[in-house]
Design a protein around this ligand. Sequence first.
Ligand code: F6R
Length: 253
Amino acid sequence: MQVFIVPTPEAVAEKAADKFIETAKEHAPFFVMGVATGSSPVALYQAIARRAKAGEVDLRHASAFALDEYVGLPEGHPESYHAVIDRTVTKVLDLDPQLVHVPNGFATDLKQAARDYEAAISAAGGIDCQIVGIGANGHIGFNEPFSSLASRTRDKTLMPGTRADNARFFDNDIEQVPSECLTQGLGTIMDAKQVLMVAQGENKAEAIKNMIEGPVCSRCPASILQYHPNVVVVIDEAAASKIENIELIRYTE
Ligand code: F6R
C-alpha cells in the first residue's frame, strides 16, 4: 500500500490526479475506471478534468463503473447516484454517457441487477483503477462493517451512522436518506487492478488508521485492501493524524 500524506485537501486532489493519469495512460485508450460518489473525490474529478483539457490524458474512450446506488429513490432523484455520477463525473470528465455504468438500484429484481452489474464489469475486462472514498466507519462502497470480505455486488442495508453522514445531501433529514443500496462487494473492489483512495479531514482519521494499521477484519471493511497488491492512498495530514507508525507508513517517490 502506497500511502501519500499531503498537507491539504487541494494537494490530495492533485496528487491523486497524478496517480490516476499515470494509470489511465497505461491502459489507454480503453481505460476502465471505477468511480465513487460522495464529497471525497469531487476535487479529484475536477483536477483530472483540467488536466484532460490541457491534453495530459485522453478519456474519450474511457468507460466508468460506479461503486453503488441507493435503493428506494425515484428515478431521476437529484441525489440518486445515477444523477450524482452524471453531474460530478460524466459531465465533468466529458465521458461518453453510454460508457458510464451505475448499479441499477431502481430495478425490481435487485439480485438480477447485481448479477448484471458484475457481468458488465467482466465484459469490460475488469476495472483498471477504482477510485474510492472511505466512510467514517471504515466502509468502502457501501460495504458496511461486518460485510463479507469476499462479497460481490449485492443489495445491502445502510447503517444509521452512514445515513446520518449522508443526510447533508438530503436537507439534513436522515428520514429522507434511503436505508437500502446496491453496492459493489469487497471482492468486486479487490478485483480492480488498482485501488486509488482519497480521504480528507479528521473525521476519517480513525477509519484510515484502522484500515492501514489495524487487523484485516470485517469490523473495518477497508482493511481488506491490505491484501491488494496495488493500492494508492492519498490523504491529508488531518486524515493521517491517528496513524501511529507514520514514518514507516508514509510513502514518498
Ligand atoms: C460513495 C461510496 C462511499 C463514500 C464514503 C465517503 O460511492 O461508496 O463509500 O466514498 O461514504 O463519503 P464522503 O466522500 O462523502 O465522505
